[in-house]
Design a protein around this ligand. Structure first.
Ligand code: AMP
Ligand code: MG
Length: 333
């Protein structure tokens, strides 16, 4: 197992700070805080601020590590005096008083690495589940360290996730951490001093008893196909619909036993930043993650998972094969 003490410390600090930035943006959200990207998906002050903050922190700690990040500097560079650029700088400065607009734009631009099968790089989704963020639902600050195509460190900052899903009065805000060979853990978002609680998947007594998770957004995962899978497996419970990689965290901590992400199109390729941290979380918690064909994820094919389609994550064991068979029957039937 690699000694990643410095990487863990820097990543926990950066994801924690970015999660608080997102919370601050969300609390005072105004219409001018968001815009539409070329693909019509939303981008907000939180996405850009979170990515800038984490890129600045990683740049200080590991100046030679490239970053594969979702966002870029185009919006800030085309409208440097606009409301989004000003708000991003303001929020980044709350955590980094030394930041300038040039530093923020450079930090965002630095995240354009193409990825690949060799060497070491970080991959970052600064606000995974931006639609959930805007709706007041779940979202995650997702950061992973990939070495020679394998995620070796993964973090998910989930500012809106309950520390104890069974307790409605429980504190909200979790940070999940996984390291290859060292397991997965949860710490309270503001509780960096609090002990890490190791998390494990929970195997249902039978497949039919499994709680299952899927996207809130029907455009991201085919909910009709998933309902057919649920019927074939005899799943008795309604799906746990959550935005973002919080779904992987739900499986990793035993809140759900299955996560289905079934393609809505043949041509869409998943992005590595949408899965690397969550993949490691579930595997280090004892579960299994493959694509819908049962293939392992190949994180070494660039910014996209070019050789994979969709996601099946589960508590592992024989359950995984049973879910994959049901998926194959539902999609080919
Ligand atoms: P979720 O919150 O799990 O629904 O996933 C959010 C992520 O879905 C975003 O970060 C997008 O990158 C990704 N996404 C966008 N379009 C699609 C699509 N057609 N199929 C699957 N995922 C998508
Ligand atoms: Mg995302």
């Amino acid at each position: 197992m690699a000694n990643l003490r410095a990487e863990r410390a820097a990543a926990i600090e950066a994801v924690g700070a970015a999660s608080l930035l997102c919370r601050a943006v969300r609390k005072a959200l105004i219409p001018s805080d968001s815009a539409a990207k070329a693909d019509r998906s939303p981008v907000t002050v939180a996405d850009l601020g979170s990515q800038a903050l984490i890129s600045l922190a990683l740049g200080d700690a590991f100046p030679n590590d490239p970053i594969v990040g979702e966002e870029d500097a185009s919006l800030l560079r085309t409208d440097p005096d606009g409301p989004i650029a000003s708000a991003v700088l303001l929020h980044v400065r709350a955590a980094r008083p030394d930041a300038t607009s040039a530093m923020v734009a450079d930090a965002l631009a630095r995240c354009s690495h193409p990825g690949g099968a060799t060497g070491r790089f970080w991959t970052l989704d600064p606000v995974d589940g931006t639609k959930g963020f805007l709706r007041g639902g779940q979202y995650a600050v997702a950061l992973a360290l990939i070495e020679d195509g394998e995620p070796i460190l993964g973090l998910l900052g989930c500012p809106n996730l309950s520390v104890d899903p069974r307790d409605p009065g429980a504190a909200v805000g979790c940070l999940f951490l996984a390291q290859q060979g060292a397991g997965a853990a949860m710490i309270a978002l503001r509780g960096e001093q609090a002990p890490e609680a190791l998390i494990r998947v929970s195997m249902p007594a039978s497949p039919a008893a499994a709680r299952w998770a899927e996207s809130v957004e029907a455009g991201h995962s085919d909910q009709g196909d998933a309902a057919r899978v649920a019927q074939l497996l005899g799943l008795g419970q309604a799906p746990l619909r959550m935005d973002s990689q919080a779904k992987y965290a739900a499986v990793a901590r035993g809140e759900a036993a299955i996560y289905l992400r079934l393609p809505t199109s043949d041509t869409y390729r998943e992005r590595i930043w949408d899965h690397a941290a969550g993949w490691l979380m579930v595997r280090e918690a004892g579960g299994e993650v493959t694509d819908i064909h049962g293939q392992p994820f190949d994180f070494g094919t660039g910014r996209g998972l070019e050789r994979n389609q969709g996601v099946v994550a589960s508590a592992g064991g024989t359950l995984h094969g049973e879910v994959l068979s049901a998926v194959a029957r539902a999609l080919n039937g």
